[in-house]
Design a protein around this ligand. Sequence first.
Ligand code: CMC
Length: 430
Amino acid sequence: MTEQSAKLTLGQKDADLAVRSGSIGPDVVDVTALYKQTGLFTYDPGFSSTASCESKITYIDGDEGVLLHRGYPIDQLAERGDFLETCYLLLYGELPTTREKDDFVYRVTRHTMVHEQMSRFYTGFRRDAHPMAVMVGSVGALSAFYHDSTDIADPHQRMVASLRMVAKMPTIAAMAYKYHIGQPFVYPRNDLAYAENFLHMCFAVPCEPYRINPVLARAMDRIFILHADHEQNASTSTVRLAGSSGANPFACVAAGIACLWGPAHGGANEAALNMLMEIGTKDRIPEFIARAKDKNDPFRLMGFGHRVYKNYDPRAKIMQQTCHEVLDELGIKDDPLLEVAMELERIALTDEYFIEKKLYPNVDFYSGITLKALGFPTTMFTVLFAVARTVGWIAQWKEMIEDPHQRIGRPRQLYTGAEMRDYVAVDERG
Ligand code: CMC
């Protein structure tokens, strides 16, 4: 793959570094030998210029607003495919044939129940706990329930663990929700499709039948597709780093969930809706735009900006369309939050500050309004993101484990602390 090299000159010393090309996207300077050749580290906190791994799963062109999974554009997958097909694609590299898809759906569906003891595990949490806190704990606990699929050296166990996680995550998330609102757990139903089953487990109650609305189920499925994977983002990198030490996949995904929770990452959908509610009416938008621009105010427009996209997030376009479909289906006309959102988007897209900094709406901007209309409280938004992203985490984890060049991830640092000094006894410290 090496086509050219780059020369780094430091005083009288030269280092020749290989330059590697991918199938698309920028070339990379391979700095693996830099320390050996020069005694220097590279410094890139936040990884703005650093490719942390080689991957064949997802490609993003942030300047053009392109997102491909195994080469397929996200809009085609969202409009023409379904979530489990996307899962198959991410895990196996190709879209399934009819037979392969039926077999995959069957295998995922047969893993949807969780060990009955798990339900007792939930009751140990406070009822008012944030469901993401419950997710971190309960997904971490999966390795205690499914010991028989934690041997990462066994390809069969790796696949069983992968299917288990894709299959059980909706059940675990729905249980976190039911526990949070004080309703009984609803068991999965294997005659329902993935998103339908999730809505059923969240919103059915034992005292009356729950009817699946196909438009809402399709919207749920599309939300899952849009969040399924996103290259080497913070939570995926966390999963890879955790997995690089040989930790089992359930523990790695729990680490990913913890990372996703933050408001700069998956927590942004919850924060974006809270912000829209705080703004409340269109006339207050200029005040919030002014705050977002004020260097002395930590406030940011949640749902705007992205580390990689310096163009409209391709997922946001589909999410906006899905949002309108859901509101139309539910007969929600003149939703004040949607009005605020659309006006905020219009102003931000024409405002000099946002144009200059290339701050466009991201996927989380419209997902909050959609999820609220579907009936989810804000505290569940990031949980839904975690349900969808699980397949991406798992696909990336599997790819890493199956890479013969894989080594433990161990970044270095630029140390700026005290130099070596001698210990001083406590009574001699002035
Ligand atoms: N509102 C106002 N100003 C902003 C915003 C915003 N949402 N985002 C970035 N900026 C400004 C920032 O102040 C900085 O200005 P300056 O150059 O004058 O210091 C400039 O734009 C670059 O920002 P940055 O923080 O260096 O950019 P980053 O790549 O480190 O951060 C981000 C990316 C997504 C964390 C950030 O844009 C942000 O905090 N957005 C709001 C939270 C959000 O919506 N996150 C969801 C991301 S998409 C879903 C996911 O992948 O999890």
